[in-house]
Ligand binder design. Structure first.
Ligand SMILES: [Mg+2]
Length: 190
């Protein structure tokens, strides 16, 4: 109840990254060239891209269920955009599908943790570098990966895995539960 939740759009709600790379290939764009990729996103038809992209793991319904759980102080979509058109289109597409969730857009290159307060708040993102930067700024990081089963808690895989991994947004209720469960005190011997 005491945390704000921020959810990325591309690669978490919509499978738009995969859809974009498919279109880039069909247009003959070199997908190893960052300048060409940036140029594509700046000019691409977001309306068509998001219409053609699949919703990942029923994400929109899951977000509405999270809202109804009242387990978060507030829930927002926090997404990078490469054009004004993309910001308007994403907002107009997403906001009517969700209850009490707003869409916050920020230009590419701006850090999510600089735009909203990360401290003790949760970011779900499919970008590991963005999750890491969020944690470094005092937030709780959740990496969204469509190829994992269930929920992976911090440090289950390795010593530097300081973030949760999920493939289903509804598992954020489990994340909240784990975060809210007091850790057992370790006994000290004098
Ligand atoms: Mg993303």
């Amino acid at each position: 109840m005491n945390r704000d939740l921020y959810i990325d759009c591309d690669g978490v709600i919509y499978d738009s990254v995969k859809e974009a790379f498919l279109e880039m290939k069909s247009l003959g764009i070199d997908t190893t060239n960052q300048d060409q990729i940036t140029e594509y996103f700046r000019n691409c038809n977001w309306e068509k891209l998001l219409r053609d992209a699949n919703i990942l793991n029923d994400s929109i319904n899951k977000i509405n269920k999270l809202v109804d759980s009242w387990m978060f102080l507030s829930i927002h979509v926090l997404t990078h955009v490469s054009s004004f058109y993309e910001a308007i289109y994403k907002t107009e597409l997403l906001e009517p599908q969700m209850n009490r969730v707003d869409v916050i857009t920020l230009p590419l290159g701006y850090a999510k943790e600089k735009v909203v307060n990360p401290v003790d708040n949760i970011l779900v993102d499919d970008s590991l570098s963005k999750v890491k930067a969020w944690i470094k700024a005092g937030g709780i990081g959740v990496l969204f990966r469509s190829d994992v089963q269930g929920i992976i808690t911090p440090f289950e895989i390795s010593d530097d895995q300081d973030y949760f991994i999920i493939n289903d947004l509804y598992d954020l209720l489990k994340v909240q539960h784990i975060l809210n469960t007091p850790k057992p005190k370790t006994k000290t011997y004098n």
